[in-house]
Design a protein around this ligand. Structure first.
Ligand SMILES: [Cu+2]
Length: 504
């Protein structure tokens, strides 16, 4: 926003949040008003307007607002406080350009794996082989690193607000472990862009598989060798579970909760559903949370998800604490960034890499990590940004080409391990989603806290009309009830169908 010009149709994301600088935010936070919080600014807008129009606020060293700014703020109030859209979802991918320009600041540049030079690749192999050879009691060993994601040390940080922060810290710790191998001090973890088929390199030693050096419980014994599906089956599974669609949908979202998915009762069909569906698509080991991180592909898969998270942050100007907070809607989610005791990411805060939710926000400057994006990356094929509800004060369109079918009230604690939810029409599967969780799900505190989950299927209306629909839940572990998990045994889930709407 130009300093003195009036913006006729300002938005929270485009203009308003940028009118408050770090000093103003810190000052007012100490008085109980959080200017990085959309709801707080909206609810206190008349008071804020009074202060800035009279020149009483902001306090020095910030300069008083120009008449243009004051008018812009009033226009925002008059127009009923629009939030605005994500620049990634606009036709020009401005976010990606600014991302590339950020890269020069970081020294750890994570690249797409097929673009590595032969020296970079041989160093990476040396680093992987090096940590795989380390004693399992060494915190830098592959075994110790992979072992905190399921067995033997179960930290299940999924389907909760801390999901993205935790996995970012986890990758930094793993990268540091790779760098502990002599001669590999400059290695960075590359990513696998999952919109392209699994590269052949993953069939080579040491990326092809890992063999457990000891028993880890849950039936996984010393000598267990990780396995996965072949590249073409994985691509087909990504389509079946709508994985790329979920990530594309996530990239167009503006609120942190919508980007993450599932938390605070938001639709699940964004990042977290893409993550879960991707794990189950890659199989066999990757679909089982108890052992998923032992498959070497895990690290490259998650590095890609971290890259997508960083691209979203960049597009949303959410690469610092106040920027990120300006996208966080619910009080509960804000707490993991604002209450010191809740910023903890066990065990990654108390032990190396010693990072908490706030420290992971800025990769480029704070963590010294940057991503080299190989364009074109994720294809943004979704033209219409649909949602479930809007403010009654805003104009809206009803879309009759797509519907949202939500299967809700699934008590996942009753289902041992990962499972799939299929939508059937006249007995045939027309859409599927997957959920990734440990076998001993009742022993997982984060799972117990979020026991009841829902699944969102966004489908063309044509594909679901004129036919008998049904829902089938298929557990990966079929020893208990076979391949159809009884609806009664998981709390009798219900279904609801909604038309979608948009404001554009
Ligand atoms: Cu994962």
């Amino acid at each position: 926003m130009a300093a003195n010009n009036t913006v006729p149709n300002p938005t929270w994301y485009g203009d308003i949040r940028n009118m408050f600088n770090t000093t103003d935010i810190a000052h007012m936070r100490s008085q109980g008003l959080d200017l990085s919080d959309y709801s707080a600014v909206k609810n206190n807008a008349p008071g804020i307007y009074g202060q800035v129009s009279s020149g009483n606020m902001p306090r020095p060293p910030s300069a008083p607002w120009s008449a243009g700014w004051v008018q812009t703020f009033l226009n925002w109030m008059t127009n009923d406080y629009p939030k605005g859209t994500n620049i990634l979802s606009q036709p020009k991918l401005t976010g990606l350009t600014s991302l590339t320009s950020n890269i020069s600041k970081a020294t750890r540049i994570r690249k797409e794996i097929t673009t590595l030079s032969s020296t970079e690749l041989s160093n990476l192999k040396k680093a992987f082989s090096g940590i795989m050879a380390k004693d399992i009691d060494d915190p830098n060993s592959y075994f110790a690193q992979a072992g905190v994601h399921g067995r033997p040390n179960p930290y299940c940080m999924h389907h909760i607000p801390g999901y993205n922060p935790w996995h970012r810290a986890y990758l930094v710790g793993f990268e540091n472990a790779l760098r502990s191998v002599p001669g590999c001090e400059n290695v960075t973890l590359p990513y696998w862009d999952i919109s392209t088929p699994l590269p052949d390199i993953f069939n080579q030693v040491p990326f092809a598989s890992y063999t457990l050096p000891v028993d880890i419980g849950g039936g996984y014994r010393k000598g267990y060798v990780t396995t996965r599906y072949n590249a073409s089956d994985i691509q087909a599974n990504f389509v079946s579970y709508g994985v790329l669609d979920d990530f594309t949908r996530a990239s167009t979202k503006t609120d942190w909760e919508d980007y993450t998915g599932l938390i605070d009762n938001r639709p699940n069909n964004t990042t977290i559903a893409g993550h879960d569906g991707g794990h189950v698509s890659i199989g066999d080991t990757m679909s089982l949370q108890d052992v998923a991180a032992f498959d070497p592909v895990f690290w490259f898969y998650h590095c890609n998800l971290d890259r997508l998270f960083w691209q979203w942050q960049t597009a949303m100007q959410a690469t610092n604490l106040n920027g990120l907070l300006s996208t966080v809607e619910s009080a509960q989610s804000r707490q993991i960034f604002t209450i010191p005791a809740l910023t903890n990411l066990p065990p990654l805060t108390e032990k190396p890499p010693k990072l908490n939710t706030v420290e992971i926000i800025d990769s480029i400057n704070g963590l010294d990590v940057g991503y080299e994006i190989k364009p074109p990356s994720m294809a943004l094929s979704m033209q219409v940004k649909t949602k479930g509800s809007t403010l009654a004060s805003e104009k809206f369109f009803v879309h009759t080409d797509f519907v949202n079918i939500r299967v809700k009230g699934i008590n996942r604690l009753k289902i041992p391990g990962s499972f799939k939810v299929h939508l059937l029409k006249d007995g045939k599967t027309i859409a599927s989603k997957a959920f990734f969780q440990p076998v001993e799900v009742e022993k997982c505190a984060n799972c117990v806290e979020n026991a009841v989950v829902h699944f969102d299927f966004e489908l063309p209306l044509d594909s679901v009309s004129r036919g008998k629909l049904g829902v089938w839940v298929e557990p990966l572990d079929q020893s208990l009830f076979g391949d159809h998990f009884p609806h009664k045994a998981m709390g009798n889930p219900t279904v609801n169908v909604r038309l979608l709407l948009s404001n554009e």
